[in-house]
Design a protein around this ligand. Structure first.
Ligand code: ATP
Length: 376
């Protein structure tokens, strides 16, 4: 039910072992491969400096690819000029023409493409309606709020019906209320328009709420790709587990203890808990008595009880208690070694780096620790 006559050309993006090396030294993006489906909303999530913006700029053609290939559908776009890529990009602060009205700003890309004023005006008005900025069409950019400016920037980016829509932290300069509102509108609009979208953020809430799939990036590489539920519930690495979810997941060092009755218990120093025998992890770990493991447990897996003796309990002292409105968070010290996910190495793709050069990856190390052998 859109009044904006959008014809989605829907193009998949395929990145093949794309690297970016700055000044011959600094590797910002490292042999990264990723496929974004037709009309898919992919969120690129990762800490500051991991290479998200650089990757986006390479897709847009604003940054040369050092190695690898960028494909749009069946077209190799690696060396294509930016204007030929059918890509539109919105930045943290959408740059608008200060001396043109909102309507003129949105119309401008159509006018330089040779479209007549009447037709361009109609298209701009349709978009303004979708973006809830009809009432400010005659205003100058300096009189707009931050949220309105971003809406205009989005309108101007979409007016030429790009095949690929790239957004680089478009909400980061807005206040919390505006951020939530515009986030929902971006989600609804891109779904309606079915434009292939790559959205960069370091905000996990934006990632979890907007994405069809999330790609978690770290040090120039993709560490995990999947639907929000997949990366949240079944993260590929401890880093991904630690990056998603508030409060942060507990990562604890433990040792596997398989009892005489083939029950798996996890030993934390002097304390232990038993795993449900039908649990997938229990089925794997029952063959690995004595193996050191890292246990990831989100806070909602725990229940605070006082003074009782329950079968699966860890005993500790409450060190802090924070009231967060809807929930309260207790920080409990149990004398258990807590693992810092940032200090756990990243699993390198086995094919990319010779084992002796890179040292064993997390996965290899975990597999070795668990006695599973080296992955093929
Ligand atoms: P942020 O979330 O802070 O924007 P990011 O994940 O988008 O970070 P990039 O901006 O892509 O990260 O930067 C990745 C790395 O490449 C950083 O270490 C950065 O300093 C470096 N870098 C980016 N652009 C250049 C450049 N033009 N010259 C040299 N180094 C650069």
């Amino acid at each position: 039910a859109l009044s904006f006559p959008y014809k989605a050309y829907m193009t998949a993006i395929r990145l093949e072992a794309v690297s970016k090396v700055f000044e011959g030294e600094h590797v910002a993006v490292d042999e990264l491969s990723l496929e974004i489906g037709d009309g898919e909303f992919m969120v690129l999530l990762g800490p500051s400096g991991c290479g998200k913006t650089t990757l986006l700029r390479m897709i847009a053609g604003l940054e040369r690819v050092t190695e690898g290939e960028v494909w749009f559908g069946r077209t190799n776009g690696t060396d294509m000029a930016p204007r030929d890529r059918g890509v539109a990009m919105v930045f943290q602060t959408g740059a608008l023409y200060p001396n043109r009205t909102v309507q003129e700003n949105i119309m401008f890309p159509l006018q330089i493409a040779g479209q007549g004023d009447a037709e361009a005006g109609t298209t701009a008005a349709g978009l303004a309606q979708i973006l809830s900025i009809e009432s400010v069409l005659d205003r100058m950019p300096r009189t707009l709020s931050g949220g309105q400016r971003q809406r205009v920037a989005i309108g101007r980016a979409l007016v030429r019906r790009p095949q690929v829509f790239l957004l680089d932290e478009p909400l980061s300069n807005l206040d919390a209320t505006m951020r939530t509102e515009l986030r929902q509108e971006i989600g609804a609009m891109t779904r309606d328009l079915k434009v292939t979208t790559l959205y960069v953020t370091h905000d996990q809430v934006e990632a979890l709420t907007l994405a069809d799939r999330i790609a978690v990036m770290r040090d120039g590489r993709i560490e995990d790709v999947g639907t929000p539920t997949q990366v949240y519930n079944d993260p590929a690495t401890a880093f991904v587990a630690g990056f998603l979810g508030t409060p942060r997941i507990n990562l604890l060092s433990a040792t596997v203890n398989v009892t005489a009755h083939h029950r798996v218990r996890l030993e934390f120093g002097g304390q232990s808990i038993g795993l449900d025998p039908t649990d997938r992890r229990s089925l794997i770990l029952r063959h690995h008595h004595g193996a050191p493991v890292i246990v990831g447990a989100r806070s909602n897996a725990f229940r605070l009880i006082a003074g009782e003796d329950a079968p699966n309990q860890l005993t500790g002292t409450i060190r802090a208690f924070e009231f967060h409105g809807q929930q309260s968070i207790a920080f409990v010290q149990c004398g258990i070694e807590v693992v810092n996910p940032d200090r756990i190495g990243r699993p390198a793709p086995a094919h990319a780096i010779p084992a002796e050069a890179a040292g064993p990856s997390l996965l290899t190390r975990l597999r070795a620790r668990l006695g599973l052998g080296t992955p093929p």
